[in-house]
Ligand binder design. Sequence first.
Ligand code: HSE
Length: 362
Amino acid sequence: MEPTNGTGTSTGSGGGSSSGPTRRTGERQSVTVRVPATSANVGSGFDCIGLALDIWNDLTVERSDVFEIAIDGEGAERLPRDESNLVVTGMRAAFKTAGKPVPTLKYTCVNRIPFARGLGSSSAAIVSGLVAGLVLTGHELPVEGEEALLQLACGIEGHPDNVAPAIYGGLQIGVHTGDRWYTSRIQMGPGLQAVLFLPDHILETSAARAVLPDKVPRKDAIFNVSRAALLANAFATGNMKELQMAMEDSLHQPYRAAQNPHLYPLVAAAIKAGSHGACLSGAGPAIFALTSGAKGDIYSQRKGERAEQIVADCMLKAAEETNAKGRIFITSPTERGAHVVSADPPFSDLRVLHFSTAGTPL
Ligand code: HSE
């Protein structure tokens, strides 16, 4: 089961057919959902554009006699084990949508997405809770043309640039129409790599947003509109040379530079070392640089044809020079979004078709 990509191409909602009894619909005892990390803004697309990364959180939810949240991995020492955890927020929203009371549940989180670094860990929690809840309830949401899951997730998160790629994967442009959310996929070419500098310290998004002004000069708005348009065109045409300019920003990074003294030195180092462009990842404090090598998929390229290692080394050196403590993580953008790994009863059972005496499916 995987949601659609926001461009009108339905891949099914995991529900069954109305043509006969099937185990694809109905309530479930347990489910495991996998949701990707995301890097929001991509420089100029503040609060609108974001992409999914090949780093995944797994959430397993089982019906139980006792409420429990077990957390292993990133953020385990800080995340709440009570109903304030965002996986529970997502779960509650799913049950509310289904019109059912939330049963007693056991949550098991295996977190690989760095926590509170600007890589969408909150959105992943919301989306995983929502999808798991929908599977447990057996409730199907309208997908094509409505993207009801996106409406629910954005309703909780407030902006689409993490939740849209977390749900649908890929590089997404989120738009608010006035009364609903819409998202559109920008095609990415093969062979892209994301080099991330992950500071050791965390930065809560609320603190990162508190430094932003409510109003911005018109010239800064024009600066970003032109670059966000350029960003979409650079990917559409495969002209990665335009990305450096396309990822520049006047709406949030200048205000966040004081919180992130490593920002501009690392962006400059990544670009000098051969990345296509670099920026603050989401609200920070991580830095995101995009690289690629020779043509084709990254896995078919020789090391010498790729740029990510030299970019990583230069970003680390710049971090040392600015006294920013952290680590480098190299990963890839992913076109895949949230999906169900397993469920009980499973979705993959052979579907039972009922045949008429003439042998035609009813
Ligand atoms: N667009 C958001 C921001 C991403 O920059 O604050 C973090 O939620």
